[in-house]
Design a protein around this ligand. Structure first.
Ligand SMILES: [Zn+2]
Length: 349
């Protein structure tokens, strides 16, 4: 069968290649691929900057934002042929560390976890794939065109959970949240924030393209330009930072209301230096009891929360997040699109 593969950490090695058909084990589902979403991590892997092949192999099948339809399911697995499913990305480390031993592999302490399509396990960008029934998540049939948004939604479901857990350390009744960045993560964070009943504001740089309408159609408020103006207008209790832009990260930290929580979800490139007033930053955090929390990846509970959130969302709105659907053979187009395109998916079959 055909798969999108790469020699990790080698430039220009991304290609559609022939790989052996999947051989499902006795607790595995056999799944026909419908689509994979392409994100920044995939672009880093394609550029040769990231990723690890399975032990003893040169090439890795990429793709971690999966969507497929079950072809075969073992008896008693809870899945049936025809079900729409998404495969979980991370697997616990083999030791396992305490977090992984408790099913919290998203919080792995020793870094020896593996990840489908990223770290030592083949991903989901192949015509069919196998997945352990325990690491498959069924999604609503209405999400057949947009289910590849599940993985990024699981990441924001975790971010909101972290905000809630941090907030619960004392009285907490947030009203307003600011999301910085209206890419897929930011827009999905805004969706879940609206579902939580918050007054949601989204800040981005663009004044045209799909982003402003996507925000306002959600019932949230779109801001462009500087964060200072957006903060003055909104006084957020919570900031979800989804750009990884260094200056914006520091501005977000200093911009919350008292008892503010900033959840950082964007990964910045290392080596870019900023001049910051460390004293003011310290005063702001201490004197307002602020918290800055980083959040990445997701465990099974977050996938489950994401499935619920997507089932409650408007499928048409979700569909507008995916600006382009590109057949596997034309995969190169999926890696050269602009960030303002929101989300690109590669389709199969
Ligand atoms: Zn671990």
């Amino acid at each position: 069968m055909r798969a999108l593969t790469v020699v990790p950490q080698r430039k220009d090695s991304l290609a559609v290649t022939d790989v052996p058909d999947p051989e499902p084990g006795k607790n595995d589902l056999l799944v026909d691929a419908l689509a994979v979403g392409v994100c920044g991590t995939d672009k880093e892997i394609a550029a040769g900057d990231y990723g690890w092949a399975p032990p003893g192999r040169d090439r890795l099948v990429i793709g971690h934002e999966s969507l497929g339809r079950v072809r075969q399911a073992p008896d008693g697995s809870g899945f049936s042929p025809g079900d729409l499913v998404v495969g979980v990305v991370r697997r616990p480390d083999p030791v396992p560390c305490g977090a992984c031993a408790h099913g919290q592999f998203d919080m792995c302490r020793n870094g020896r976890y593996t990840e489908r399509g990223i770290k030592e396990l083949d991903g989901y960008a192949s015509q069919s794939w196998r997945v352990e029934a325990d690491y498959a998540v069924r999604i609503d049939p209405a999400l057949v065109k947009v289910g590849m948004l599940m993985e990024p939604t699981s990441v924001v479901a975790k971010a909101w959970e972290q905000v809630g857990k941090v907030g619960a350390r004392t009285w907490f009744q947030p009203r307003t949240a600011l999301v910085t960045g209206a890419g897929p993560i930011g827009l999905l964070a805004a969706l879940l924030g609206m579902q939580h009943g918050l007054d949601i504001h989204v800040l981005d740089r663009v004044t045209d393209g799909p982003k402003p309408r996507l925000v306002t159609d959600l019932g949230a408020t779109y801001h462009y330009g500087g964060i200072a103006d957006a903060v003055a207008a909104t006084k957020p209790d919570i900031v979800i930072e989804a750009t990884g832009v260094g200056q914006l990260v520091f501005d977000a930290i200093t911009s919350t209301a008292a008892y503010g929580i900033v959840c950082l979800t964007g990964v910045s490139p290392a080596g870019r230096r900023l001049t910051i007033d460390a004293g003011s930053l310290n005063r702001e955090i201490v004197l307002e009891n602020d918290v800055v929390v980083g959040s990445v990846n997701a465990n099974l509970s977050h996938y489950s929360a994401a499935a619920d959130a997507l089932a409650r969302a408007d499928p048409d709105w979700l569909g507008r997040l995916i600006s382009r659907r590109i057949p596997l053979e034309r995969y190169t187009e999926a890696f050269t699109t602009q960030p303002d395109d929101v989300k690109v998916a590669i389709t199969f079959g």
